[in-house]
Design a protein around this ligand. Structure first.
Ligand SMILES: O=C(O)CCC(=O)C(=O)O
Length: 279
């Protein structure tokens, strides 16, 4: 099997790298985007998250999405360094998601996925399928993509996300062990088709392993929360950051809740008032 990694290091031809990443993602169901972002920017994001969201390692089933022992998704507000284009929605990711999900794709969520020390190997799973009872999934185009950008190294100690390459296209599913467990440094990222079978590997270290985690979806699909996550916020965006976005990005962020002091306003309500939500 070919390696599922593409370099975006300084000096790489961006257009060629996007085309290659797209080909790998379509074929393997997963691609590692190496050196996508300045590691200094990731370090600033980590410091700001630790300052603004010190509770992110605390498990609270009402506020967190994630029924998996040792892992949860915690809300964070997109502001400061998190609002930098390379973090919020990099042009590379926007180009790939447009090709995979259509020009009207939306950001379904943006938060932190946290693997705590002691988290065990997960069972293999897809993040979702459209028609679980009909054996047609492998023939369909992608409906959603997951994006993971680690704030600490994902390696043999902290654990990484392991994949069954090509499983999104496998007729009748796949068996056996995963065949791709990439080591991913801060500044690099993983993008996968929601249907691709994967598993988080155990965190054998002493520190949490947080990744910035986003879901991009076709405009007609939305991820459903587990019922116990009654106070979970899947995408919080500072109101002043939203106001400064161009209309195209405001539309992509229309599922966010806008944070202004203590108030939370659905972005689509603001967009509808401004007449900007028309596709
Ligand atoms: O912990 C990881 O690396 C991946 C977690 C995951 O796949 C999930 O929670 O669905």
């Amino acid at each position: 099997m070919s390696d599922a990694r593409v370099s975006f290091a300084n000096g790489a031809d961006r257009e060629a790298a996007v085309a290659e990443a797209l080909a790998v993602l379509r074929r393997e169901g997963v691609v590692v985007l190496d050196d996508l972002v300045d590691p200094g920017l990731i370090a600033r994001c980590k410091a700001e998250i630790e300052a603004n969201h010190p509770e992110y390692t605390k498990v609270d089933r009402a506020r967190n999405y994630g029924p998996y022992p040792g892992r949860h998704t915690a809300p964070i507000c997109v502001e400061g360094s998190l609002a930098e284009r390379d973090i919020f929605l990099s042009p590379v990711i926007e180009a790939i998601a447009t090709a995979m999900l259509g020009k009207n794709f939306l950001m379904d969520s943006l938060g932190l996925l946290v693997s705590l020390p002691g988290a065990a190997d997960q069972a293999g799973h897809p993040d979702g399928v459209l028609f679980p009872e009909a054996p047609i999934e492998h023939m369909l185009p992608a409906f959603a993509l997951a994006f993971s950008m680690p704030l600490v190294p994902m390696d043999e100690v902290s654990g990484t996300t392991a994949f069954w390459r090509g499983s999104h296209r496998a007729v009748g599913g796949v068996t056996g062990e995963h065949d791709f467990a990439p080591i991913v440094r801060p500044g690099s990222a993983i993008l996968w088709d929601f249907r691709t079978r994967h598993r988080g590997l155990a965190n054998r270290g002493e520190r949490p392993r947080p990744v910035i985690y986003s879901v991009y979806s076709r405009h007609w699909w939305v991820e459903i929360h587990p019922p116990e996550a009654t106070r979970y916020e899947k995408f919080l965006l500072a109101r002043d950051v939203y106001d400064d976005l161009p209309p195209r990005l405001q539309r992509r962020a229309s599922r966010a809740k806008l944070v202004d002091g203590d108030s939370l306003t659905p972005a689509y309500e603001v967009g509808i008032r401004a007449g900007e939500m028309a596709c």
